[in-house]
Design a protein around this ligand. Structure first.
Ligand code: ATP
Length: 282
């Protein structure tokens, strides 16, 4: 479901040329992908004609078997895969023709959340969050001397994800669910325009998986930061996403509202043999 944005949130200046979506009152896409294909160096085509617009406030789930191309799309959206595309823009930056500096600027607009959290294990939760703001912390930040305003923001983000009391604890002493919350706070520290979460709950038990996805859902709804999340468990997509894209062999096989993920649709996406695994997560 694409969300309509109240007129007060629309940009003050009206662009000279408006897209059809903007004419309908939809916010401009933060990520706009049209006919994106990825062929790796070995000749393997891992993504074919992938088209998706992601708008503020929405959560889009990527579904599909292992190897179907979900991570490849995430890489394409960050300029880390060899793409051809009619259009591929992030925060208005055209990734198909971006210079190195523009690519870095585009990546600075994306908060990443990974399956294995990717925290620096020996650093505290607070310092891990602070690293998310390194791009604008200045020279002192790179020496580990973060500006006071950054420390305050990092602490308030830890509070937001329910971990204020763990700020000084080493990352590797936190549980998996807590580490993923620190990683989400680190992503928010960047003030991203988009969050890409590549199987963020694949290493967590079902209860923790729900709490992490509910946090991502809340961020999309309350902060307007859209989230693209790859998932293996359809029930989680039904519960936390607005819409889904199903991939098979790099091609989109189905797309639609998350609540249209009926049992028949799931069987169609995963095949009858994989059906119970995809619905239960076990
Ligand atoms: N650097 C690469 N070079 C060649 N082939 C690759 C490369 N990276 C991925 N692939 C292939 O592209 C296909 C899609 O991989 P991708 O990692 O995007 O799948 P996925 O849906 O994210 O899988 P999973 O759910 O297991 O993470 C797979 O066949 C994979 O082996």
């Amino acid at each position: 479901m694409s969300r309509r944005v109240p007129s007060t949130q629309r940009p003050a200046s009206t662009p000279a040329r408006r897209t059809a979506a903007e004419d309908l009152g939809l916010a401009p896409a933060v990520l706009a992908a049209k006919d994106v294909s990825v062929t790796y160096e070995d000749g393997h085509q891992a993504l074919s004609d992938f088209t998706l617009d992601v708008r503020p406030g929405e959560v889009v789930a990527l579904l599909g078997h292992s190897g179907s191309g979900k991570s490849t799309f995430m890489k394409a959206a960050t300029g880390l895969a060899p793409v051809t595309a009619t259009q591929l823009t992030v925060a208005g930056i055209d990734l198909t023709r971006a210079s190195g500096r523009e690519l870095r600027a585009a990546r600075a607009q994306i908060g990443f959340v990974f399956q294995h959290f990717n925290l620096v294990p020996q650093l505290s939760a607070l310092t891990n969050v602070l690293t998310g703001g390194l791009h604008d912390a200045g020279a002192l930040g790179s020496l580990g001397l973060f500006p006071r305003a950054h420390r305050e923001r990092a602490l308030s983000l830890l509070e937001r994800v329910g971990l204020a009391d763990k700020a000084k604890q080493r990352a590797d002493s936190l549980s998996g669910g807590q580490q993923q919350r620190v990683a989400i706070a680190r992503a928010l520290m960047q003030r991203p325009q988009l969050i890409l979460a590549d199987e963020p709950v694949a290493s967590l038990d079902p209860r923790l998986a729900g709490s992490v996805l509910s946090l991502l859902r809340e961020i999309a709804t309350e902060d307007g930061i859209p989230v693209v999340v790859s998932l293996h468990v359809v029930e989680l997509a039904r519960r936390y996403a607005d819409r889904f894209i199903a991939l098979d062999g790099g091609r989109i096989t189905r797309r639609g509202a998350a609540d249209s993920l009926t049992d028949a649709a799931v069987a169609d996406i995963y095949g009858p043999d994989m059906y119970s695994e995809a619905t239960s997560g076990h």
